[in-house]
Design a protein around this ligand. Sequence first.
Ligand code: ARG
Length: 585
Amino acid sequence: MTTPLQQLQSRFRIALVDVLGDQVALPDVVVGPASQPQFGDYQSNVCLVLGKAVKQNPRALAQSLIEKLDLADICEPPEIAGPGFINLRLLPSYLAREITPKLGDQRLGVAPVISPLKVVVDFSSPNIAKEMHVGHLRSTIIGDAIARILEFQGHDVLRLNHVGDWGTQFGMLITHLRTAYPDALTTPDALDLGDLVSFYKQAKQRFDLEPAFQIAAREEVVKLQQGDTTSRQAWELLCQQSRREFQKIYDLLDIRLTERGESFYNPLLASVVADLKTQGLLVEDQGAQCVFLEGFTNKEGDPQPLIIQKSDGGFNYATTDLAAIRYRVTQDQAQWLIYVTDAGQSTHFAQVFQVARRAGWLPPTVKVEHIPFGLVLGAEGKRLKTRSGDTIRLQELLDEAIERAKTDLRSRLDIEGRQESPDFIEEVAQVIGLGAVKYADLSQNRNSNYVFSFDKMLSLQGNTAPYLIYAYVRIQGIIRKGEINFATLAPHLELCLGDDTELALAKHLLQFADILSLVTQELLPNRLCQYLFELSQKFNQFYDRCPVLNSPEPERTSRLALCQLTAQTLKLGLGLLELKIIDRM
Ligand code: ARG
């Protein structure tokens, strides 16, 4: 099954070849959605684009083209507009025909991609012994949505959690715990993550102030890197502790991830350095091994170095990422690498990608992308922090969302005079509260900063999770009363679409697959959110204008079918955005 846009594209291509032969290469896109409703549903500017190339007046070319265009089963007769645009309006009978087979189809007619790719999505990736902060929450939510959408499209996705589980922080932490809390280094569960974070802060302070501590911490790192058993064991316990805390958040948000932290690549770092050296890319600069970058300059305008190995022999964040790229391409056989982190790491990734390309570790056939995102801001427009200026604990943030959703729900139930069980209240509050946090993040263009506001994200009005889930619940109620089994009815169903709001809803429903491919091209989940929001709005306009349950047949069944497909689309779309839904709320 293909979308109206895809069908129009292919009909246009056939007609264009008919008219122009092989005089000129056709652009990839020959038809697009109309920019304004008065131009119809779809519009083509291909005659304007090609007119020049084939030295023909665009309007005349448009005239020859529509004579060859075979669209009678899809649109009303095409209209030529302005300097040579072609405007297209879909036929109600065509819309009706296209909707029917989607009813009851789990995939809503979206075919998996023809050539699936092996994709690595590197996301979430918090750091051991540090609190997972809202930046990691954004990465987790956006990364998971991207992974889900790619999986739905049929790609083979490896979801990797590149946790920061290696490096100097462990030297400090272990050295400090030896005196401050030795049990933590030998006994599982001796600490929780909150304690670990404050021990880490103390350790950092001592490291900055006490020269003897600094030396001891450095020696500890070396011991750890050399595989000393007690150091290793202490490190392992600290990692387990953090991991357990992270897992609570993942469980709550229903996130699946494979942990492959920085330590995993440790044995591969020496060969990164050696191979860069063999290739002549490595230069020694003040004792450090560097690659001089193309297109990155320092204040003096000189090429900037990327340090691969420090003068003390230690490796950097970038070195690990180089090893990771190599591993992902050669061992995982990845054809597409996606990294979801805050925009502050854009330069890091641009530099690492450049070195990997120059070293031949990223062949031209492998696509690599950093997917940056902006900051989460508090009400005053600064980075979201607690009142005392500390990092917000994610667990508390999510618990608060659920608590607030519960309060909202209880007061609504009171107003409506409804009695519901504690289990019901618990479930609804969880779905709404967590959905609201996820959706607030996903519905923003990820490149911008956004202001975190419980009031806004939990509102039943506007582009929010509660609004969409409520629309779904409302439609479910209508469908239940309608008592029609679409699964058995679908093949024989004939829709009758007459009202403008019915047509607008039907057209929007048929764009679902186009939106998904747009989301994969740009990796912008907010496009899907916008689509679902508009879908709910179009549904509400339809429902205001067209009686459903009280209409005579065949309108009744036809309108119930529109309700059904809207509900299915909301369910699938919200599911791809990792939101749960409920049948009642
Ligand atoms: N641990 C890093 C941080 O907290 C993010 C890691 C992202 N992934 C990567 N391959 N560098 O900022």
